[in-house]
Design a binder for this molecule. Structure first.
Ligand code: GDP
Ligand code: MN
Length: 397
């Protein structure tokens, strides 16, 4: 979960990392008021993406009238698709030098890593490519302390002026502490600014927290920081799935993927591609979904106009194929299926699943009209091929 700049800065302040004293504004008049009070200011678009500076989303204004004019433009701006609804108004910094400071997780090494550079303000990826020698990286075991001498060592290598080594080290330690305290995935200050008055101050924040640990951080809710924030990056269907607790991603193709777990989902994706098809989504039913949830998963696929056929592949492990079949029937009765569907059940209770379908078909052939179902006798290759064929027949290609 990504935080807005102003939210990240609230966390910085809480840990004693110096930040400019800013104000949020949602209208050009509010911007005028803020700049009248603050004086020369930076107007910063609050959107959940980086590169705002390059996209024209960060402006400097000397007075309130100029600020209002600039704000008018900023509020009309979309940055990488994100509309600008709020501006953070901060006293303009007189910049002597810009540094980069970040903490993230090195997933390959199972370590935390502090990344620092005397080349701040620019894309760190760009620096990493062009002049890797200008980047300092230091790894720490997940639970290892960050000692002051480590922080001092990093600060020295960042090339801060001699009298700034101690303040820089202190910011490094605070950022590291914050990273751990909030179960972050990444925290970044870019740029960490050295002002002409000789002060180090966090001019930007980028903070990404682990969604799965939000329950441990009630104070975030009190600060108005809630899960809504990544919604900007989700499609309406992904949002709906998320609110039903279904891991779901929209893709570009036309075959609705209705697999068992994530592993089967990935494999199904490969099979569909192998036979010349394109999945419309990725979905994971999670361990042991109840029939009601299975039904909701199918609604997502059937309501998607891009979907021309549905591929269902269930391997009953923890979950049971009879629950799966029951879920499909709930969906067929309550919602109805508008696309052809081919599916296969193997594993835990698959025979019972097939029996439930056969019975339903006997009782009400119309209900099962668009469903082709198979058990372990039909290889997954056949099911995949058939799904691609059905999608092509149904107007996709
Ligand atoms: P980003 O482009 O989304 O990372 O947004 P930043 O907050 O990092 O702003 C981009 C650039 O604008 C920074 O690298 C700075 O050079 C500049 N900038 C940001 N705030 C100020 C400020 O208060 N004063 C001055 N002079 N420049 C600023
Ligand atoms: Mn930045």
């Amino acid at each position: 979960m990504r935080l807005y700049e102003f939210e990240g800065k609230k966390l910085f302040a809480q840990f004693g990392i110096p930040i400019p004293n800013g104000k949020l504004a949602s209208t050009p008049d509010e911007v005028w008021e803020a700049v009248k009070e603050i004086g020369p200011a930076a107007l910063k678009s609050q959107v959940l993406t980086g590169g705002r500076g390059k996209a024209g989303g960060v402006k400097l204004a000397d007075g309130p009238n100029e600020a209002r004019t600039l704000a008018n433009d900023l509020f009309a701006l979309k940055i990488k698709g994100f509309p600008v609804e709020r501006l953070l108004i901060e006293p303009k910094l007189e910049i002597e030098k810009e540094f980069y400071l970040g903490v993230t997780i090195d997933r390959a090494a199972y370590k935390l890593v502090i990344i620092a550079s005397g080349e701040g303000g620019v894309d760190i990826e760009e620096t990493a490519e062009k002049s890797p020698e200008k980047i300092v990286r230091k790894s720490f075991a997940i639970d290892a302390p960050l000692y002051t001498f480590d922080a001092l060592g990093i600060a020295k290598k960042m090339d801060v002026p001699h009298d700034q080594i101690k303040p820089a080290a202190s910011i490094i330690q605070k950022l590291f502490k914050m990273f751990r305290a909030y179960d972050a995935k990444m925290v970044e200050i870019n740029p960490l600014v050295l002002t002409t008055n000789g002060e180090l101050i966090a001019a930007d924040s980028r903070v990404s927290l682990d969604d799965d640990s939000l329950f441990r951080h009630h104070d975030l809710t009190e600060m108005g920081i809630e899960k809504r924030h990544e919604e900007g990056e989700m499609t309406p269907r992904e949002r709906k799935a998320d609110s039903d607790g279904i891991p779901y991603l929209d893709l570009d193709g036309n075959i609705g993927m209705f697999p068992g777990g994530a592993g089967f989902g990935i494999m199904g994706n490969d099979f569909i591609h192998h036979y010349g098809g394109e999945p419309a989504n990725f979905m994971d039913s999670g361990g042991g979904p109840k029939p009601e949830r299975i039904a909701k998963m199918l609604v997502l696929l059937d309501d998607n106009p891009k979907v021309k056929a549905i591929f269902g592949a269930r391997f009953g492990g923890i979950s049971r194929c009879d629950d799966f079949a029951k879920g499909v029937l709930i969906f067929l009765r309550d919602h109805g299926l508008s696309k052809p569907m081919v599916m296969r059940m193997t594993g835990n209770m698959w025979e019972e699943g097939v029996r439930i379908f056969e019975e339903a078909k006997k009782e009400d052939p119309k209900l099962m009209e668009k469903v082709e179902f198979h058990g372990i006798e039909t290889p997954i290759e056949e099911i995949s091929k058939r799904a691609v064929e059905l999608a092509n027949q149904n107007g996709g290609n």
